[in-house]
Design a protein around this ligand. Structure first.
Ligand code: FES
Length: 101
Protein backbone atom coordinates (compact mmCIF):
# COMPACT_ATOMS: atom_id res chain seq x y z
CA UNK A 1 0.00 0.00 0.00
CA UNK A 2 1.33 3.41 -0.94
CA UNK A 3 -1.19 6.00 0.09
CA UNK A 4 -0.41 9.53 -0.91
CA UNK A 5 -2.25 12.80 -0.55
CA UNK A 6 -4.17 13.77 -3.67
CA UNK A 7 -6.50 16.49 -2.39
CA UNK A 8 -8.08 18.17 0.58
CA UNK A 9 -11.66 17.35 1.48
CA UNK A 10 -12.91 20.82 0.59
CA UNK A 11 -11.50 20.60 -2.93
CA UNK A 12 -14.17 18.13 -4.06
CA UNK A 13 -17.71 19.42 -3.67
CA UNK A 14 -20.20 17.08 -2.05
CA UNK A 15 -22.03 15.01 -4.66
CA UNK A 16 -19.48 15.53 -7.38
CA UNK A 17 -16.16 14.38 -8.76
CA UNK A 18 -12.87 15.88 -9.70
CA UNK A 19 -10.05 14.79 -11.99
CA UNK A 20 -6.64 14.64 -10.36
CA UNK A 21 -3.27 13.93 -11.95
CA UNK A 22 -1.46 11.48 -9.67
CA UNK A 23 1.57 11.00 -11.89
CA UNK A 24 2.62 12.59 -15.16
CA UNK A 25 -0.13 11.73 -17.64
CA UNK A 26 -1.99 9.51 -15.16
CA UNK A 27 -5.37 10.67 -13.86
CA UNK A 28 -7.84 9.45 -11.30
CA UNK A 29 -11.39 10.56 -10.62
CA UNK A 30 -12.04 11.43 -6.98
CA UNK A 31 -15.64 11.60 -5.73
CA UNK A 32 -17.26 12.97 -2.60
CA UNK A 33 -20.54 11.37 -1.61
CA UNK A 34 -21.82 12.74 1.65
CA UNK A 35 -18.30 13.12 2.99
CA UNK A 36 -17.23 9.62 1.90
CA UNK A 37 -14.59 9.63 -0.80
CA UNK A 38 -14.11 7.19 -3.68
CA UNK A 39 -11.40 6.97 -6.30
CA UNK A 40 -11.59 5.42 -9.76
CA UNK A 41 -9.34 5.54 -12.77
CA UNK A 42 -10.52 8.60 -14.68
CA UNK A 43 -10.56 6.85 -18.05
CA UNK A 44 -13.84 5.16 -18.87
CA UNK A 45 -13.16 1.59 -20.05
CA UNK A 46 -15.75 1.99 -22.83
CA UNK A 47 -14.09 4.62 -25.02
CA UNK A 48 -12.03 6.72 -22.65
CA UNK A 49 -14.49 9.32 -21.39
CA UNK A 50 -13.54 11.38 -18.32
CA UNK A 51 -15.38 9.79 -15.40
CA UNK A 52 -14.37 12.62 -13.09
CA UNK A 53 -16.68 14.91 -15.07
CA UNK A 54 -19.67 12.60 -14.78
CA UNK A 55 -22.79 13.09 -12.71
CA UNK A 56 -22.87 11.33 -9.35
CA UNK A 57 -26.06 9.72 -8.15
CA UNK A 58 -26.95 6.86 -5.78
CA UNK A 59 -23.37 5.70 -5.39
CA UNK A 60 -22.63 5.68 -9.10
CA UNK A 61 -21.02 7.97 -11.66
CA UNK A 62 -22.41 8.33 -15.16
CA UNK A 63 -19.82 8.68 -17.91
CA UNK A 64 -20.42 12.01 -19.68
CA UNK A 65 -19.75 10.54 -23.12
CA UNK A 66 -22.24 7.67 -23.55
CA UNK A 67 -23.95 7.35 -20.20
CA UNK A 68 -22.55 4.09 -18.86
CA UNK A 69 -22.79 3.97 -15.07
CA UNK A 70 -20.08 2.78 -12.71
CA UNK A 71 -20.33 1.79 -9.06
CA UNK A 72 -18.09 4.14 -7.10
CA UNK A 73 -17.27 1.49 -4.51
CA UNK A 74 -15.74 -1.07 -6.88
CA UNK A 75 -15.68 0.27 -10.44
CA UNK A 76 -18.21 -2.25 -11.76
CA UNK A 77 -20.19 -1.13 -14.79
CA UNK A 78 -23.95 -1.42 -14.35
CA UNK A 79 -24.67 -1.35 -18.10
CA UNK A 80 -22.03 -3.74 -19.40
CA UNK A 81 -20.76 -6.28 -16.84
CA UNK A 82 -17.64 -7.01 -18.93
CA UNK A 83 -16.50 -3.42 -18.40
CA UNK A 84 -14.87 -2.45 -15.12
CA UNK A 85 -12.77 0.51 -14.17
CA UNK A 86 -9.97 0.30 -11.62
CA UNK A 87 -10.91 1.51 -8.15
CA UNK A 88 -8.49 2.60 -5.48
CA UNK A 89 -8.55 2.59 -1.69
CA UNK A 90 -9.09 5.98 -0.07
CA UNK A 91 -8.06 7.08 3.41
CA UNK A 92 -8.92 10.33 5.18
CA UNK A 93 -6.44 11.98 7.53
CA UNK A 94 -7.83 15.19 8.94
CA UNK A 95 -8.55 17.36 5.91
CA UNK A 96 -6.32 15.33 3.63
CA UNK A 97 -7.59 12.74 1.16
CA UNK A 98 -5.08 9.98 0.51
CA UNK A 99 -5.39 7.44 -2.30
CA UNK A 100 -3.55 4.19 -2.91
CA UNK A 101 -3.20 4.60 -6.67
S1 FES B 1 -16.68 6.51 -23.06
FE1 FES B 1 -17.71 6.23 -21.19
S2 FES B 1 -19.61 5.40 -21.76
FE2 FES B 1 -18.52 5.62 -23.63
Amino acid sequence: MAFRKVAQRGEVAEGSGRIIEVAPGRFIALFNVGGNFYALDNECPHEGGPLGEGDVDRGCVTCPWHGFRFDLSNGACLNAPRLKVASFAVRLEGEDVLVDA
